[in-house]
Design a protein around this ligand. Structure first.
Ligand code: HEC
Ligand code: HEC
Ligand code: HEC
Ligand code: HEC
Ligand code: HEC
Ligand code: HEC
Length: 488
């Protein structure tokens, strides 16, 4: 007996609206997906629309359709008495057809969901999502990252790494960050150190092999002094990086702290880990040596102790904020700023150290101040080029909207602008028993000066090392007394 056609449960406003939304978003998903796959440009919003917004609307549409159908079913039931249970009879061609359509439909839907979630997952891990989507907040980190040596390493390889627990932790803190960004609750500048950053073993050491013997590295610094002629002063340092594993080269040098054999631990009394009054080394035989500064007598509780790793020295491998002086030195050495402009080093550093409210104000301020300092150069190509170069330096290293610059993010690799190595190697950390201190004042422990100065002086290469001739006249080994952020 052929059954009477059942009234469609979808024939109600809610379900119809749901269907329109669902089909519409499915269609836009396909369109956006094609665009994302084929386009040569990268736009973070396409990612958000394709993998977050469109699937959201699809689910909303399906949900509405379903709720509408449920309500319709109840209404019909009240009007006509209980609706008979659905009977599926595969011997009927109509039922077979419906069943076929249903199974194919479900398979396609499952496939799409799988593809969608895969892409949503990948998208939430991408540099686009981390760096570009909330552009003001992450702009300083993204811009400095793009100019650093890790510009091809994605944010997540350092900030999340592999493995489920860290993934969940990062997604949880990520959810909070999304909330903080949306409601403008984030701190400026974004604070470091990051508490839930993974240990270096699981990030840096996935690519960098800690046992590698680096040996000696040559580093040349090109300075220009703050006088009328912007006198050049060059310094060639041989960095004694060394290595930490005897099977690959002599042990010792700077990478001795790599923890391959020795364990170096320390305690910092401030968040930024700039003040280190206590250090302990445990050698391969288990012999412990403790170093303390004179006035530090506190008890040491184990949860305050941090084991030293790559990031205690290389804490800015990706986000490097140059100091005004370093950035201008580089630009002059590359001829992006003409060295024959009198006092240009001093003037360029001066405009970069002013306070500006935002980037637009800075760009204009730099142009007017520099133009006023060189009235006779008005509109010459070399002044225009210098102004443009200084503006670029500003945009790449200073972010007034986020209050981010070299001044707020310590760089621990040297000792000139931040205490860096001298947090421990300042001669003030003494071992209780032997009264010896962590190697310090000898300027040749970590590097030797091969050549320095300008002209004929620079040609005198001394392999045994020279004594440092400070370009600023008399100096004290504590460089940060004059060169740190609060002195400028
Ligand atoms: C090579 C590894 C590496 C990569 C790649 C990387 N970071 Fe970082 N990032 C770090 C380290 C190390 C710190 C400082 C950690 C500390 O001192 O606690 C940091 C700090 C930060 C901070 C805190 C503020 C600051 O400047 O100190 C933010 C925000 C950040 N990174 C975002 C990003 C974003 C967004 C990307 C991708 C565009 C990215 N990072 C790529 C290693 C990396
Ligand atoms: C996904 C792989 C990867 C990860 C993770 C990674 N690096 Fe690197 N790193 C590289 C590559 C590749 C280079 C070489 C870049 C070049 O020379 O073009 C590099 C270069 C460097 C350099 C030399 C920089 C220079 O100025 O020449 C240092 C130092 C460094 N990385 C430290 C770190 C630290 C510290 C971490 C952890 C926070 C880290 N890296 C994480 C791949 C990685
Ligand atoms: C005690 C501080 C310190 C620690 C800890 C440390 N490094 Fe270094 N590393 C240095 C210094 C200083 C240099 C010399 C380069 C420079 O002056 O920029 C250097 C150089 C490097 C270079 C560049 C080598 C090249 O050929 O250009 C890499 C890569 C590197 N370190 C990776 C690491 C990794 C990975 C770790 C952790 C396993 C680590 N370092 C731990 C201080 C340190
Ligand atoms: C947390 C404290 C700490 C920091 C920060 C630190 N060091 Fe050390 N370093 C030590 C200790 C402790 C020793 C062992 C001293 C000893 O036995 O006299 C040491 C030893 C050394 C040695 C001698 C290794 C050998 O061959 O025996 C060199 C070179 C060195 N450090 C360079 C550096 C450089 C460069 C930096 C900065 C990039 C730095 N250190 C930062 C604690 C530190
Ligand atoms: C504990 C190891 C260590 C000791 C001791 C040390 N230095 Fe350095 N020095 C470094 C490191 C690391 C750098 C950074 C190299 C870099 O930026 O790549 C550096 C950089 C420098 C620079 C270049 C600074 C810049 O950023 O432009 C000068 C100049 C210098 N040192 C002079 C000295 C003098 C003078 C002494 C003795 C008072 C001394 N150093 C002692 C580790 C050391
Ligand atoms: C008493 C203050 C003082 C101390 C301490 C000091 N400097 Fe300087 N330094 C100066 C001044 C002032 C200049 C400016 C010279 C100029 O540009 O005409 C200067 C210039 C320099 C320059 C070249 C200019 C440039 O573009 O960066 C270097 C490199 C330098 N100092 C390194 C160091 C190092 C390394 C130490 C620690 C070992 C140190 N200074 C300690 C005051 C000091």
């Amino acid at each position: 007996m052929p059954s009477a056609p059942r009234p469609s449960l979808l024939r109600n406003w809610l379900s119809l609206t749901g269907l329109v939304i669902g089909i519409g978003s499915l269609f836009s998903f396909f369109l956006l997906f094609l665009l994302d796959a084929l386009a040569t440009f990268s736009n973070p919003y396409i990612g958000i629309l394709t993998y977050l917004v469109a699937p959201g609307f699809l689910i909303l549409g399906l949900g509405l359709t379903f709720i509408g159908a449920l309500r319709e079913r109840r209404k019909l039931g009240q009007a006509r008495g209980a609706i008979p249970l659905m009977v599926v009879d595969l011997s009927r061609p109509r039922d077979r057809r419906i069943m076929g359509v249903f199974i194919t439909g479900s398979l396609v839907f499952l496939l799409l969901t799988a593809m969608g979630s895969y892409h949503t997952y990948h998208f939430s891990e991408s540099v686009q999502f981390c760096g570009q989507t909330c552009h003001t907040v992450m702009k300083p980190e993204l811009v400095t990252y793009e100019h650093g040596p890790h510009a091809r390493v994605s944010c997540t390889e350092c900030h999340i790494g592999k493995g489920a627990t860290w993934f969940v932790r990062s997604k949880l803190s990520g959810t909070y960050q999304l909330y903080a960004t949306t409601f403008d609750k984030y701190p400026r500048p974004v604070p470091t150190p990051i508490k839930n950053l993974r240990p270096a073993q699981e990030t840096c050491e996935q690519c960098h092999w800690p046992k590698k013997f680096v040996g000696k590295l040559e580093r040349t610094f090109n300075y220009f002094l703050g006088d009328a002629t912007n006198s050049p002063y060059t310094l060639s340092l041989l960095m004694n990086v060394g290595g930490a594993d005897p099977t690959h080269g002599p042990e010792g040098g700077i990478h001795w702290h790599m923890n391959v054999k020795n364990r170096v631990e320390y305690l910092a009394t401030d968040e930024a880990r700039q003040k280190i009054p206590w250090v302990r080394i445990v050698d391969p035989q288990g012999v412990v040596t403790e170093f303390r500064t004179k006035n530090f007598t506190n008890e040491i509780s184990p949860d305050q102790v941090r084991r030293m790793d790559c990031m205690d020295c290389h804490n800015r491998p990706a986000h490097m904020y140059k100091t005004p002086s370093d950035a201008v030195n580089l630009a002059i050495s590359l001829n992006a700023i003409d060295r024959t402009l009198p006092w240009i080093k001093t003037n360029a550093v001066y405009v970069l150290t002013r306070e500006y409210q935002n980037e637009t104000e800075a760009t204009e301020g730099i142009a007017t101040t520099l133009a006023n300092r060189y009235p006779s150069e008005r509109d010459t190509p070399r002044l225009k080029q210098a102004i443009a170069a200084v503006q670029t330096i500003y945009r790449d290293n200073f972010f007034p909207e986020m209050k981010a610059s070299w001044k707020v993010y310590p760089d621990n690799i040297g000792h000139k602008n931040w205490p860096g190595c001298f947090r421990c190697h300042d001669g003030k950390h003494v071992a209780a028993d032997s009264k010896r201190s962590i190697k310090a004042s000898d300027c040749n422990t970590c590097h030797t000066i091969l050549a320095q100065g300008a002209g004929a002086d620079l040609l005198k290469l001394t392999s045994g090392g020279q004594e440092f001739k400070h370009p600023g006249g008399d100096y004290d080994p504590s460089c940060t007394d004059c060169h740190s952020a609060d002195q400028q």
